[in-house]
Design a binder for this molecule. Structure first.
Ligand SMILES: C[S@@+](CC[C@H](N)C(=O)[O-])C[C@H]1O[C@@H](n2cnc3c(N)ncnc32)[C@H](O)[C@@H]1O
Length: 393
């Protein structure tokens, strides 16, 4: 069946119309004419697969990765970086009616962390929407050091191992390998000089349970269990946006909520009199306390606990930075953000759906001042949004 793709949907798939029904076509691009086969037929929509490209978009590209057809990791290997950015910018404009800038990072090789699954002697990623594994020996999104570790892991196959392996790499090239499950080749991995730290089922087998990360002039202790952004260049862009915003603001007291190892709290501390970070993960909180000492910060206090259990204790706050997980803010936190009426809110998010929902709940007290995108996750349909809000009162 011949269709014309008119635009992208929210996930980066192409949209066509067939008999007045929306039809989602995977890996199709706006402007293309395609021969498609209907794979799913529902009351309100259809899903189709490309059989033949009749007229390709001028933004279509040959995917660099041999696993692209099966693997669920990437969404935009079949198009240019420019078209991928257009999709992300247009999505932000659609959701928030503005986008004041998009900051790109490396197109490939940007990720400093990966979670690989292992089952039935396959090591790799899940297929899209399935628990079937795609074996990989190389991933274009990962930095070269992590790809070198994947090659090593593939030489030491353990057919009985069912579990996961997380690889993290810092700026110095030190590698943390976190193995969950029963894996029989630990001794061989210990001999590999390139792997500096190995943690198996929460026990340190080689090196330490953390490494030190370096961002600009700052140093951060990061426990293997603590969150840290997976794209160092992207994190630097976020820091630049924050510094640029804060440089002419007069802020006494600031909250850094969902603070991880207090990377962003430490940046805030340079521009404000007092900062309080709140983070639920015990290891990340302990890292944060060490990070204050390493970076000689004396005006930041770190609280371990849930944001929703602590937020009611704060009033007279000028600025609140929130950087929650993908699900966004809970109702109690939203209630107190509205009650505190801070002069400024900075909301950092990797999920536009929850961000839009939360923005709508904050609109009575706050208005959107600026919105930037930082492309932390090139080749996927995810992007980091950095939103600056100011109080209406
Ligand atoms: C997206 S990360 C951001 C971390 C930090 N701002 C950074 O840039 O490194 C979200 C953090 O929120 C923490 N977290 C999730 N839910 C939480 C909650 N309800 N209260 C406190 N911390 C929470 C997670 O442990 C994680 O460290």
């Amino acid at each position: 069946m011949e269709v014309k793709i008119t635009k992208f949907d929210d996930e980066g798939q192409g949209i066509a119309r067939i008999n007045n029904k929306v039809c989602f076509v995977k890996r199709a691009l706006p402007g293309e004419t395609l021969d498609v086969a209907i794979r799913v037929e529902k009351k309100d929509y259809l899903k189709a697969q490309i059989k033949k490209i009749i007229t390709p978009s001028k933004e279509r590209k040959e995917p660099v990765c041999p696993y692209y057809n099966e693997c669920g990791g990437c969404n935009f290997l079949h198009t240019t970086f420019k078209e991928e950015h257009n999709f992300k910018i247009n999505k932000a404009r659609d959701y928030f009616k503005r986008c004041d800038g998009m900051f790109a990072t490396l197109e490939y090789g940007y990720r400093d962390k990966v979670t690989l699954h292992v089952k039935n002697s396959k090591l790799g990623y899940y297929q899209e929407g399935s628990r079937e594994l795609v074996s990989i020996n190389y991933c274009y999104l990962l930095n070269p050091q992590i790809n070198a570790i994947i090659k090593i892991l593939n030489t030491y196959k353990d057919n009985d191992f069912n579990g996961s392996i997380i690889i993290r790499e810092n700026k110095k090239g030190e590698v943390l390998l976190i193995i969950n499950g029963k894996y029989q080749h630990i001794d061989k991995l210990k001999e590999e000089n390139i792997i500096t730290n190995i943690i198996v089922n929460d026990e340190v087998i080689k090196g330490k349970d953390y490494f030190q990360e370096e961002i600009l002039d700052y140093k951060f202790k990061v426990h293997y269990n603590s969150f840290f952004q997976v794209n160092r260049d992207g994190l630097i862009k976020i820091i630049e946006l924050l510094e640029n915003y804060l440089k002419d603001k007069k802020v006494k007291k600031a909250l850094d909520l969902y603070s991880g190892t207090s990377v962003l709290g430490i940046i805030l501390s340079k521009y404000v009199d007092e900062v309080i970070s709140i983070e639920e993960n015990v290891n990340a909180t302990m890292d944060a306390k060490t990070n204050l000492e390493i970076n000689k910060i004396t005006n930041l206090q770190v609280i371990n606990g849930l944001v929703e259990d602590n937020i009611e204790n704060f009033q007279d706050v000028d600025l609140i930075l929130v950087d929650p997980a993908r699900r966004g803010l809970d109702k109690k936190t939203i209630f107190y953000l509205n009650k505190i009426k801070a002069k400024y809110i900075i909301y950092i998010s990797c999920e536009m759906i929850s961000l839009k929902r939360d923005l709508n709940s904050l609109r009575e007290e706050y208005e959107l001042e600026k919105l930037y995108l930082v492309d932390m996750f090139p080749k996927t349909n995810k992007v980091e949004t950095v939103m600056f809000l100011k109080s209406k009162s």
